[in-house]
Design a protein around this ligand. Sequence first.
Ligand code: ZN
Length: 133
Amino acid sequence: MIKLEHLGFAVKNLSEADELYGRLLGTGPYKQEKVPSEHVITSFFKVGDVKIELLEATSNESPIAGFIKKRGEGIHHVAFEVQNIELEIQRLKAQGFQIIYEEPKKGADNKLVTFIHPKSTGGILVELCQEIS
Ligand code: ZN
């Protein structure tokens, strides 16, 4: 894995969270994007080299809706950037990690993404992302 790319926070209301994190970080989001495959709308903030991704569900099918129902708002996932997501999926499967999407999906921010189930990572949902060139 190359680096910590972003942290994903589950929020109930994106415009309220944009305002809150704008005040906290001292700067507003630099972009907002819908991700139809995950039924979410996202906002991105920059903090040095790392990004904060705020995620609001756009339907009840969204994993974010399920997360908030179960656990409330808070840290939803930690994302690491990788150079070659297919190779990394094979490597991690061989190491016994439970990959959620064996076929990476198009995520936010021009990236291919997959997730590793928190059951196999000590309770943390881990995202792998690779920049689409
Ligand atoms: Zn993410």
